[in-house]
Design a protein around this ligand. Structure first.
Ligand code: DX5
Ligand code: ZN
Length: 208
């Protein structure tokens, strides 16, 4: 199992990113919130860009924003493996996915707990990743919504039936207990379980 770590709940981001850089974590998960698509707002790009000063791990950027077309060109400057936008936004999703691909970055769609899996279908042939939200987006430290487990299975079946290549990541409330609901995933994203602990590597290993 691949593991991505979110530093959203970190109390000392530079320090935690440096520690993570010395672990075997696969990706660093960058949560971006605009105060519109979700209530909270994260730091502006001019501060967020420094993530790459502290780690040379690849990033998976999760844009919880109404208008990703404004954010994609900025984040594309960083060491991104994938950029996720949300399927629930009003912007032209195909245009945004195309924009991500033009920067030679993999593209992904994130899906909220109350959104039907069928919403993903029109985009399936274009997607490299799907991010299944197992909490309502907006903050770290929430409890894993167990119905995400069925959703992951449903999405895996959909990927198979459409014969497309797309990896599945799950985000929110992942820890050594809720990992049992994520076994069908290719990647798991975990935040507070790792960054609130005193041994990041031990916690990362417990999810593999
Ligand atoms: C929620 C974020 C998640 C979150 C994960 O809005 O997208 O990435 O930070 O953190 P935990 O593991 O604490 O739920
Ligand atoms: Zn996230």
């Amino acid at each position: 199992m691949k593991v991505s770590v979110s530093f959203l709940s970190s109390k000392n981001i530079p320090k935690d990113l440096k520690i993570l850089n010395d672990t075997d974590v696969d990706l660093i998960h960058v949560d971006v919130m605009d105060g519109k698509f979700v209530k909270n707002k994260t730091m502006p790009f001019r501060e967020m860009r420094h993530v790459s000063d502290y780690t040379d791990k690849r990033l998976d950027v999760h844009l919880m924003v109404e208008d990703p077309s404004k954010y994609i060109p900025l984040y594309a400057e960083l060491n991104c493996e994938v950029i996720y936008i949300h399927v629930e936004i009003d912007e032209d999703i195909m245009k945004d996915l195309d924009m991500i691909k033009k920067y030679s970055i993999k593209c992904g769609l994130a899906i909220n707990p109350d959104t039907k899996v069928s919403e993903l279908v029109p985009y399936l042939p274009y997607l490299d990743y799907i991010l299944v939200m197992s909490v309502y987006p907006g903050m770290g430290g929430q409890s894993f919504i167990t119905s995400a487990s069925d959703k992951i299975k449903e999405i895996k079946d959909l990927i198979k039936s459409y014969n497309v290549k797309c990896l599945v990541n799950v985000d929110g409330g992942v820890n050594n207990d809720t990992i049992k609901y994520c076994r069908d995933c290719d990647i798991v994203t975990s935040g507070s379980y790792i960054t609130n602990s005193s041994n990041f590597q031990e916690k990362i290993s417990s999810l593999r």
